[in-house]
Ligand binder design. Structure first.
Ligand code: AMP
Ligand code: ZN
Length: 136
C-alpha cells in the first residue's frame, strides 16, 4: 500500500523528483537533503511501512541486501573511510518521517559527526536484570 500523504511514498514511487542513486522494483535509494556527511543516502521501500515493526520480513531482508550493495558503491565512489547504517523507529529514537527507511552514512576521518552513543557502565546486577526482563 502507498500513502498519498506520505512524502517518502511519493518520492519512492517517483511522484516527487529526487536524487536517485539506485532503484529496483521494491526500493529507491536517494540522497538525503539534510545530509550528515557527503553521500548520506536513504533506502526507501516503495510500499508504505511506518517502521521496522510493520515491514515484512522478506522486505527487511531485501533492504539489507540493497544496503550492502549501495554502501559498497558509496564507499568506493566517494572514497569514504567507513559507513554507518542507521535506522530510527519512533520519535524518541529520532524518527521524523514515518515511512521505514535506512540511512547510509559514509564516514570520513575528522568528519565531525557523532553518530555513535555514549557507553554507560552498568553493574553485573543491572545487566542480569535486563537479561531477565528480555528472556523471562
Ligand atoms: P529520520 O530522522 O530517521 O526519520 O530521517 C529522516 C531523514 O529524511 C532526515 O535525514 C532528512 O534530512 C531526510 N529527508 C526529509 N525529507 C527529505 C526529502 N524530501 N528528500 C531527501 N531527504 C529528506
Ligand atoms: Zn510512505
Amino acid at each position: 500500500m502507498k500513502d498519498e500523504n506520505c512524502i517518502f511514498c511519493r518520492i519512492a514511487n517517483g511522484d516527487i523528483p529526487s536524487r536517485t542513486i539506485y532503484e529496483d522494483d521494491h526500493f529507491r535509494v536517494i540522497l538525503d537533503n539534510g545530509p550528515a556527511t557527503r553521500g548520506h543516502a536513504l533506502i526507501l521501500p516503495k510500499e508504505h511501512y511506518k517502521d521496522l515493526s510493520e515491514i515484512p520480513e522478506e522486505t527487511a531482508a531485501e533492504a539489507m541486501i540493497v544496503a550492502k550493495k549501495v554502501s559498497a558503491l558509496l564507499v568506493k565512489k566517494l572514497h569514504a573511510d567507513g559507513l554507518n547504517l542507521v535506522q530510527n523507529n519512533g520519535e524518541t529514537a529520532g524518527q521524523t518521517v514515518k515511512h521505514f527507511h535506512i540511512h547510509l552514512i559514509p564516514r570520513y576521518e575528522n568528519d565531525g559527526q557523532h553518530i555513535l552513543w555514549n557507553p554507560t557502565h552498568p553493574t553485573d546486577e543491572e545487566l542480569d536484570s535486563v537479561l531477565k526482563d528480555i528472556k523471562g
